[in-house]
Design a protein. Structure first.
Length: 154
């Protein structure tokens, strides 16, 4: 009995070690333009390079001058894989320049699968940057970790 428990624990440790090897740091930048008050479209560079669109599901103007965006993302890599991202909240903070806001995803965005190499992938990506409501442009830097179901993940 004791040997069976030990074998199970060793097997679980081995599986956990393999899962960790499938995780990779990712980073790059995002550049999108507002097409309307609720839609952006643009590109991503770096490890998750491709096309990116955001649908603003809701916008709340906070009493402290910040704005909270509830966003839905559409991400397609240059190889044609899609990345599923759970809806997330971004906060825009006013700066001394009219129409220019510093922005970040307070809790990051969560990757929950996709297609191709992102099938069953998981991860967390944080981003920060600027939103210019005068020129309708958004520029963000992203960094995080993606864990691939396929051990190659490349």
């Amino acid at each position: 009995m004791r040997n069976a428990i030990l074998m199970c624990l060793l097997g679980m440790t081995s599986l956990l070690g393999q899962a960790e090897k499938n995780c990779r740091p990712v980073g790059g930048s995002l550049s999108t333009n507002f097409l309307s008050a609720t839609e952006t479209l643009g590109s991503a560079t770096g490890d998750l390079a491709g096309g990116l669109g955001v649908t603003v599901l809701s916008l709340v103007q906070n009493s402290n001058g910040t704005a909270t965006f509830h966003n839905h993302h559409h991400w397609v890599t240059v190889t044609g894989d899609t990345i599923n991202i759970q809806d997330a909240y971004a906060t825009a903070y006013p700066t001394g320049v009219p129409g220019l806001f510093a922005a970040n995803y307070d809790k990051g965005v969560t990757i929950s699968g996709g297609t191709g190499k992102f099938l069953h992938a998981t991860g967390k990506v944080n981003s920060w940057g600027a939103v210019n409501l005068v020129t309708n442009e958004v520029v963000l830097r992203y960094e995080g970790t993606v864990c691939f179901a396929d051990k190659d993940g490349d």
